[in-house]
Write a protein that binds this ligand. Structure first.
Ligand code: COI
Length: 356
């Protein structure tokens, strides 16, 4: 039995906080909108999706998410344009990926339309919170975690699904410096790297902290077996360009199937680039850098959208790319995606989901 939800029961906040926001200093992920959507899973089905004022949730310290990490999340964004039209970018992709992550972590799936409806109704209610400045949007954070009060190790039988939203600015300001990592591993073959599992991010923190202490913003992760092939960059997919070819690691069980990655590659094909999804070796990229033939390298993710890489570090040496303002593809695709998400470009792929 599956929860149906039209309309989702809504309890509105008595006093909006939207007037207290410092819109000039949004940062990323520290301001929370008025409402959240919550829904429980127990006895084999999802129950009672509802929108309530954003706030703390009371829970037992014995819930299994806290001990064994049965927890996953998604990230997507809503945009508003001058005509007050609100759009959410490709929420169906996030719904499908949430279910794929859930299968890997032995958590319950949910009907994709239920996910999309929760997100849309929440965004519609809090649309006053959507900022409209350059690089700004309403970041939507759906997540699910195990709530069984039980200390034995087994899949939980109860879960909570929560969606909250944050008005956000840019995740990175400017170009980033990354370090190729050959010692630590983000995700192992056969592990949970393709899932948006909370634990994947925990595992990345220590190596990232070490890289940041050395002056780099993020890590360029390599595969856990040989450390010879690129996987991801920080919390993003990584994409390279050399001449007319855009190339990126093929998604696998250790690489997340990113929505921004997918969108960028589709647009690159539309624009006539030669797009290659394949193994990308460290050796190949260093060779291109040595020969001054690596035209562009950037992270692609929901939070950052496009994060241009200016410096790649490997074994004591910094390799620099040309400044971003001399690049051809990433600035263009970044602007195009921004316009598309605000409903200002023709949506030829049908990616934009209009709210109300
Ligand atoms: C993303 O950009 O896709 C993310 O998941 C970002 C998040 C880790 C802040």
């Amino acid at each position: 039995m599956i929860a149906t939800l039209q309309p989702i029961e809504t309890q509105k906040t008595e006093q909006t906080r939207v007037n207290q926001v410092d819109w000039e200093n949004l940062g990323f992920g520290k301001i929370f909108s008025d409402h959240m959507c919550i829904m429980e899973f127990n006895n084999g089905s999802w129950h009672k999706p509802r929108i309530v004022p954003y706030g703390p949730i009371s829970m037992s310290p014995a819930i299994s998410a806290l001990h064994y990490g049965q927890a996953l999340f998604e990230g997507l964004k809503a945009y508003k344009n001058e005509s007050n039209e609100v759009f959410i970018f490709r929420p169906e992709k996030n719904a499908a990926r949430l279910n794929s992550s859930a299968r890997r972590l032995c958590m319950p799936e949910m009907p994709e339309e239920l996910f999309v409806e929760c997100v849309k109704q929440l965004v519609d209610l809090d649309k006053e919170w959507i900022p409209m400045g350059e690089g700004e949007s309403l970041y939507i954070r759906p997540h699910m975690f195990a709530t069984d009060e039980y200390v034995g190790v087994k899949p939980s039988e109860s879960y909570l699904f929560v969606v909250f939203t944050c008005p956000v600015g840019k995740y990175y300001t400017g170009e980033i410096k990354v370090k190729i990592e050959k010692n630590f591993t983000r995700a192992a073959k056969g592990g949970t790297g393709h899932a948006k599992a909370a634990g994947n991010y925990a595992a990345s923190l220590w190596p990232t902290k070490l890289a940041q202490e050395q002056g780099y913003n993020q890590i360029l992760w390599t595969d856990g077996q040989s450390h010879e092939y690129f996987e991801e960059s920080g919390t993003m997919n990584v994409i390279f360009r050399s001449g007319n070819t855009i190339f990126t690691p093929l998604v696998s069980d250790s690489i997340l199937d990113g929505v921004t990655r997918d969108s960028v590659l589709a647009i690159a094909k539309d624009w006539g680039y030669n797009v290659e999804e394949r193994k990308v070796s460290v050796k190949e990229v260093l060779q291109l850098l040595e020969n001054n033939e690596l035209s562009e390298a950037f992270g692609a993710g929901t939070a950052a959208t496009i994060a241009p890489i200016r410096v790649i570090h490997f074994e004591g040496k910094d390799y620099s790319l040309r400044p971003y303002d001399q690049w051809e593809f990433a600035p263009k695709v970044s602007n195009y995606l921004d316009g598309l998400k605000r409903g200002l470009e023709k949506d030829i792929h049908g990616w934009n989901n209009r709210v109300s």
